[in-house]
Design a protein around this ligand. Sequence first.
Ligand SMILES: Nc1ncnc2c1ncn2[C@@H]1O[C@H](COP(=O)(O)OP(=O)(O)OP(=O)(O)O)[C@@H](O)[C@H]1O
Ligand SMILES: [Mg+2]
Length: 357
Amino acid sequence: MQRPPAEVRHADELARLRDTDTGERPPGWALSLTAARRFIVGDPAAEISRKFVGDPSLIDRALVSLATSRGLMLVGEPGTAKSLLSELLAAAVSGESTLTVQGGAATTEDQIKYSWNYALLVAEGPSQRSLVRAPLLRGMAEGKVVRFEEITRCPLEVQDCLLSPLSDRVLAIPELTGADSMVFARDGFNVIATANTRDRGVNEMSAALKRRFNFETVFPIADFDTELSLVEAEAGALLRRSGVTAAPRRDVLEVLVTTFRELRTGQTARGDTMERLSAVMSTAEAVSVAHAVGLRGWFLRREPGTAEDLVSCLAGTAAKDNGDDLAKLRRYLEQQVTWRSGAQWKALHAARHQLPG
Ligand SMILES: Nc1ncnc2c1ncn2[C@@H]1O[C@H](COP(=O)(O)OP(=O)(O)OP(=O)(O)O)[C@@H](O)[C@H]1O
Ligand SMILES: [Mg+2]
C-alpha cells in the first residue's frame, strides 16, 4: 500500500491508548477525549508520536465539537494538514477514517448517501440486499465519523443533503418500506468537513448548512524550527519508502524551508519585503519538494539532494497557473539569495539559470 489509512499506520499506538484509557468516553467513541488528543498531539512519555503540529487547544475544540450534535468544519489555506487532521480525528474517535466522501464538481448525492446495485434492483426490487451504502449511511448506521473532503467544491444542493442527517440525525430511504425506510444515526456518528480558503468562493455553503457546523481554522506552522523539523521528518519518511537510503541534508532543508516561508509571506529573514508568489507555498508542498530533491540526488547521482536540485524542483511548484510566479521566483534567486552566507545558498544562487523559460 502506498499510504495506508491512519488507523493502520498507527494501529499499535491506537491499541495501546485503548488499553490504558481510563478517561470517560462520549457515547459511541473508541477513545476518551484525552486519549484521542494524545494520539494526535503525541505523548513522548507513552511513546505516542506527534502527528499534527499546531495549537493543542484546536484539537480540544475539534474533539468537543465532534462530541456535540454539530459537525466540525476545518477551514484554512491549502496544505495546512486539514485532511490529515480530519483523518486522525476520525481514526481516534471511531477507529476508522475511511468513511470519506471526496467533494468535487461532479459529486452526487448517491456517492454521499446510498445507491443501488442495479442487477439486484431489477431482479428483486429495492431491498437491503440491493442497497449500496455510501459513507454517510454507513457512518449513521454504524455510529462512526464521516469525513467530507473539500465540501465547498460540491454544488450547493448536493451539500445540502447533509442538513437532515446533521440536524434530525436521520436519513430517509423512501424506496424501502417499514422500519428500513429510516436510518437513525447511532451514537458516535458525526461529520468532519474540510474546505480550503482558496476554493471557497467558487461554491459557498448555504447558511442553513453553516449553522450545523462548528468552524475551526487551521493555520500554517508559525515557527521556523518547528516547520523545519516537520519537513525533515516527513520527507525522510517518504524517501525511505521510495527506497532512498540517504537522509536529506539539514543545510539543504534549511534553505528549502526558508525559501518557502519567504515566498509564502513576502518577507525575508532580514526584514525586506518582496513579492509573494500566488502559487501555494505550503508546508505540504515543502515536504513534497524535499522528497523530490532527495529522489533527484539519489537516483541521478547516489547522494542526498543539493540546493541545485532544489532549483529544478521549485519550478514545478511555483509556476503552476501563473507565469508571473516564475519571474518572481527568478528575481528572488537573483536578488534575495546573494547576501546570505552558506554553501547551499551559494549553490542555489549559482543554479538559478536552471529555471525553465
Ligand atoms: N501542522 C502540520 N502538522 C503535520 N503535518 C503537516 C502540517 N502542516 C502541513 N503538514 C504536512 O502536510 C501534509 C498534509 O497536507 P493535507 O493534504 O492534509 O493538507 P490540506 O490542508 O488538506 O490541503 P488541501 O487544502 O490542499 O487539501 C502532511 O502529510 C504533512 O506532511
Ligand atoms: Mg485536503
